[in-house]
Design a protein. Structure first.
Length: 395
């Protein structure tokens, strides 16, 4: 019998990794992975936690062979730095990691093949199917990134109740999409900069291969995989996950850097943004304004003015703060949609936002903060004022 398989070999292997890479402290291991247990609760939980992420103690050992920087679980960038990165491309009905926290396959053999060819922490790139069940703006575009564990199982054990309901509605066949990798983290691609999959995966993707890629997935080439570094990404809540990153919109090369894990919130939140170029925008609340306000809107629109690196991400943030129903925010105006360059620094866009607010305080009806009730004439004027002010500030 192999000495490693003698009773207690797994505990010794775990202890050796902790001693070498975590200063001999079990608490450091748990903190690095965002696992919630502390104190006396850590020891009995360590085996289950390790297997839930790495798949096995052997895989846990292998993941640390190149140190913490080379561990793809703790450093997603490590996945892209090697000569042959293993990044899986597949198609989904959208990107809802808060309900669908996994990468799924109908064919169990394909899942086992990917399991054998990847390391824990590998990445999955999702694009929108060209089907009626996918929002039109997502079809054929790269919409999100998953970081995957090597914990596998029945898809339905990983889904939220809402995700399970959607699975049965969209794909009622009992044998479809039942084999899954559990995800560790998820990032949405900013909708207003999401590339076409035909451009992003120009070597791997072809229209005639779409059905096969959707069902079996395909490994991206190294050149394609490294395009992730230039995508605009924002972390998204992931159902059932312990690990997350700060909710900051930034380039992939920054978003995928090792970060200190924190608690996961399943509630709505607003994304912070790194300093840098910004666009001005005006959002409009769609729905019956009279019912929303509780008084007659007299044909005026409920709007919000602001600035952002990605107006679409900001729109989505505000929509997540609304319960599902008849009201949704849409982008009414943005300098991005008008094909204008972003303002070089946030202070310039902020000046434009403040100019719009100052104008709307008199020309519209303030609703608190950056929210106003305004007619079309006031909106057109304030939009011109905002752009002119931001442009003058950046001149």
């Amino acid at each position: 019998m192999n000495a490693r398989r003698e009773p207690g070999w797994d505990a010794k292997a775990i202890s050796a990794v902790i001693a070498q890479h975590y200063d001999g402290r079990l608490a450091n291991l748990f903190q690095a992975h965002g696992w919630p247990e502390r104190g006396q609760a850590m020891m009995p939980a360590q085996g289950q936690r390790i297997v839930s992420v790495y798949g096995s103690v052997e895989a846990f050992e292998r993941a640390h062979q190149d140190g913490l920087a080379g561990n793809q679980v703790l450093n997603p960038l490590a996945t892209l730095e090697g000569p042959d990165p293993k990044v899986v491309l597949t198609a989904y009905w959208g990107f809802t990691p808060e309900d669908w926290p996994c990468l799924t396959f109908t064919d169990e053999g394909r899942l086992r093949t990917i399991l054998a060819e990847t390391q824990p922490g590998f990445l999955g790139v999702v694009y929108g199917n060209n089907t009626a069940s996918v929002p039109k703006e997502m079809r054929g575009r790269v919409v999100g990134i998953y970081q995957l564990s090597h914990q596998t199982g029945d898809t339905e054990t990983f889904l939220s109740p809402a995700g399970l309901k959607r699975k049965h509605e969209v794909e009622p066949k009992a044998g479809s999409w039942n084999h899954a990798f559990r995800a560790l983290r998820a990032w949405q691609v900013a909708p207003d900069s999401a590339p076409l999959v035909s451009d992003f995966a120009n070597e791997t993707y072809a229209t005639e291969r779409g059905m096969a890629i959707s069902r079996f997935g395909a490994f991206l080439t190294r050149t394609e995989a490294r395009k992730i570094l230039d995508l605009e990404l924002v972390p998204r809540p992931l159902f059932g996950a312990e690990m997350t990153s700060d909710f900051v919109l930034e380039r992939g090369r920054d978003a995928l850097k090792p970060s200190r894990p924190g608690p996961v919130s399943q509630s709505a939140y607003m994304v912070r943004e790194a300093e840098g170029p910004k666009h001005l925008y005006i959002l409009q609340l769609e729905g019956n304004a009279d019912h929303f306000l509780g008084y007659a809107s007299e044909g005026r629109r409920i709007i919000k003015v602001g600035f952002s690196r990605s107006p679409a991400v900001r729109r989505d943030d505000h929509n997540r703060a609304l319960p599902a129903g008849a009201y949704r925010w849409r982008i009414l105006k943005s300098t991005l949609d008008e094909g204008l360059d972003p303002y070089p620094v946030a202070a310039h866009a902020k000046a434009g936002e403040q100019a719009m607010i100052s104008d709307l305080i008199h020309a519209g009806r303030p609703l608190g903060g950056e929210f106003f009730l305004a007619d079309d004439e006031a909106i057109e004027r304030t939009w011109a004022i905002g752009k002119n002010t931001a442009g003058s500030a950046s001149a």
